[in-house]
Design a binder for this molecule. Structure first.
Ligand code: GAR
Length: 208
């Protein structure tokens, strides 16, 4: 099977979507082999434990030390693909560089391919590439009609790797950050599962 390590920092609802899909047999050939969380007591950690998955709290105070331990764990658990699902820490470039094409990130905004600064939505509007933090609020502040979520490969530049999959989400006039975030997450729960499936499919067709 394709062995996943899922990195989480908070509520872990996207981790839950992956767990549910694997348990329901919707991700054949995929196993969640490890969950890493940088916050003690995070709900994401508890979700992993509830499903008897190997779950490790890895404090992120000293980044070099934390990344050394993460690398060792990824080796030890024979991880094929790292999924950043609500992971709120930035890696050193040399950590990221160890996993070319083997680490994907879920980001709660629409990102263009590569380093472009804008993205054109399905209705033809050109919107700014919202990278970094607080992008749900920033989408509202920018007066966008459409935002969404993106799964992309992780490269050393933050939120800038090649895109695997996106999902558009309409912004309603009365949306605040919380409402919109909730709706984006509903889309993400499908998107993250679909992205892992697509990754596996691409890997399989490359091997043949
Ligand atoms: C998700 O919306 C994800 O896109 C976002 O955090 C949320 C995690 O939700 N990720 C980032 O902002 C990454 N910088 P979850 O913990 O319930 O899965």
């Amino acid at each position: 099977p394709l062995r996943l390590a899922v990195f989480v920092s908070g509520s872990g609802s996207n981790l839950q979507a992956l767990i549910d899909a694997t348990e329901a047999g919707q991700l054949p050939g995929i196993e969640i082999a490890l969950v890493i969380c940088n916050r003690p007591g995070a709900q994401g950690l508890q979700r992993a434990l509830n499903h008897k998955l190997p779950a490790i709290y890895l404090p992120w105070k000293n980044r070099e030390e934390a990344e050394r331990r993460a690398t060792a764990l990824i080796d030890l658990f024979h991880i094929d693909l790292i999924v950043l699902a609500g992971w709120m820490r930035i890696f050193n470039p040399d950590f990221t560089a160890q996993y070319p094409q083997r680490m994907i990130n879920l980001h709660p905004a629409l990102l263009p391919d590569n380093a472009e600064e804008t993205y054109t939505t399905s209705d033809g509007s050109v919107i700014p590439a919202l990278r970094g933090l607080h992008v749900v609020q920033r989408a509202i502040d920018a007066g966008l009609k459409i935002t969404g979520s993106t799964v992309h490969y992780v490269i050393p530049e933050v939120d800038a790797g090649p895109v695997l999959l996106r999902s558009e989400v309409a912004i309603e006039p009365d949306d605040d950050e919380e409402r919109l975030q909730t709706r984006i997450k509903e889309h993400e729960h499908l998107l993250v599962v679909e992205a892992v499936r697509k990754y596996q499919y691409q890997l399989d067709t490359k091997k043949k």
